[in-house]
Design a binder for this molecule. Structure first.
Ligand SMILES: Cc1cc2nc3c(=O)[nH]c(=O)nc-3n(C[C@H](O)[C@H](O)[C@H](O)COP(=O)(O)OP(=O)(O)OC[C@H]3O[C@@H](n4cnc5c(N)ncnc54)[C@H](O)[C@@H]3O)c2cc1C
Length: 415
């Protein structure tokens, strides 16, 4: 029987998955990787433990493409399919609060499992081969070239990743390959990344971690109507803010900064006492007055939040820490309380692609079918982060790699 010859460009999570799916359907598959080995990024995922999926899967966990488009993709390969795939391949999986990890807690065993499957299915893997051109061939199919070396395939899957963590090989070159074939690239920004802030005083609280709600105020009079809200452990650094809730906000902040002429408008508001309602907090502040008689300002505020943060807020309110609180300016005392629940920081940007876990933006999914085939170039498919799909922290990006990789590989293998 005639075999479909498929070339998969990019040996990351999605490319390996696409190769396995296509080879599993009987195609002759060549996996071409620019770096010295496949799956380099996979090794650094989940702090080396690889958070490979999440039991709570929904299109709401993803940005970029329309929710309908993402939903119809996830329906074809969901979390259950991910678990089944890995367990059938011999990998034990464990769940912690809905997050999926290999039982061995080692990303390396996930990669090994995939490499074993690639071998078993006879996928030809070529490394150190950076593809710089993909062209439609006159005789049909595609010519794929890396310098002087050219290959011919019936179908091609672009799985080159994004620009995030370029040390792992994904340097954005896939976008150019897609663009040269006529595809539109939605502007790309770093995502799941730390944010940088204008306030230089953050150096004083670097290293502090605190549970917080972070939101982007809607601006104008009605600052309470937040645009985005995230909750979790905030980490303060000497240049800005980090931690999971900040990572989750970062893609929107980067797009906001891109669209804003006046950066002084781009701010986040931090509530370090989110467990209180406004009313409860007012009652708390009133009640605390019983501590006023003998204490200094610093002593009066001791015990509410991390010591370094309280001292910073005292300073920002314009108070001296060692004066008796009984003589302190009422408005300034109120300001310290207010800062605990509404601390504004001006965001100037994010850390670079080097620090980003993923990118927002990429190949516009309005030009790609839910079977991952290009609507512009028949026989061309996409998988993984090269597409304009980015997930929240929690295993959603790898789930997207497995899902889109399987769909692309299976569809490409069909005659
Ligand atoms: C530090 C870190 C931690 C992360 N942790 C998690 C996590 O725990 N859970 C989660 O879900 N997600 C996590 N992610 C995100 C996740 O790793 C990615 O979304 C996923 O690996 C994307 O897979 P991909 O195959 O699309 O791209 P990549 O994994 O980037 O693979 C693309 C491959 O294509 C190759 N390539 C690129 N251009 C060419 C070319 N022109 N020719 C040949 N080869 C080329 C690259 O060398 C690379 O190997 C993390 C990311 C990082 C950086």
């Amino acid at each position: 029987m005639e075999q479909m010859k498929i070339g998969v460009i990019g040996g990351g999570a999605s490319g390996m998955m696409a190769a396995i799916a296509a080879a599993g359907k009987g195609s002759s598959v060549t996996l071409i990787e620019g770096g010295g080995r496949v799956g380099k990024k996979l090794l650094s995922t989940g702090n080396g433990k690889c958070n490979l999926g999440n039991m709570k899967l929904s299109p709401e966990e993803y940005y970029g493409a329309s929710k309908e488009w993402i939903a119809s993709c996830l329906k074809q390969f969901d979390t259950e399919d991910t678990i089944r795939f890995f367990e059938d391949a011999g990998l034990l999986i464990k769940e912690r609060n809905g997050y999926l990890y290999p039982k061995a807690e080692q990303a390396a065993v996930v990669l090994d499992t995939m490499r074993i499957r690639l071998d078993e299915l006879g996928v030809r893997t070529i490394t150190d081969c950076k593809v710089d051109a993909v062209r439609k061939a006159l005789k049909g199919g595609f010519d794929v070239c890396a310098g002087q070396e050219c290959f011919h395939f019936d179908k091609v899957i672009l799985a080159c990743g994004s620009k995030a963590a370029p040390k792992t090989g994904s340097d954005g070159s896939g976008y150019k390959l897609a663009k040269d074939l006529g595809h539109t690239i939605v502007p790309v920004v770093p995502a799941l990344v730390q944010l940088r802030c204008r306030e230089t005083y953050l150096k004083e609280v670097a290293g502090v971690r605190a549970e917080a709600v972070i939101f982007v105020p809607a601006g104008g009079q009605d600052g309470a109507r937040a645009r985005i809200i995230e909750r979790g452990e905030l980490q303060l650094t000497d240049y800005g803010i980090s931690g999971i809730p900040v990572f989750q906000l970062s893609r929107q902040m980067n797009y906001l900064i891109k669209s804003q002429r006046d950066l002084s408008e781009v701010e986040v508001a931090i509530n370090l006492l989110p467990e209180y309602t406004d009313q409860d907090f007012k009652a708390f502040c009133d009640k605390r007055k019983f501590l006023r008689d003998r204490r200094t300002v610093e002593e009066f505020f001791t015990g509410i939040l991390n010591k370094k943060l309280m001292l910073l807020f005292i300073k920002l309110a314009g108070l001296k820490r060692d004066i008796p609180v009984s003589g302190a300016d009422e408005a300034k005392l109120a300001k310290v309380f207010a800062l605990c629940r509404d601390w504004r920081l001006h965001v100037t940007g994010s850390n670079s692609y080097d620090n980003a876990q993923v990118c927002a933006g990429g190949v516009d999914t309005r030009q790609v079918g839910c079977n991952m085939e290009s609507l512009l170039v028949p026989g061309l498919y996409f998988a993984g982060e090269i597409l304009d799909v980015d997930g929240r922290c929690g295993g959603y990006n790898l789930q997207w790699a497995w899902c889109s990789g399987t769909i692309a590989g299976s569809s490409a293998a069909a005659f």
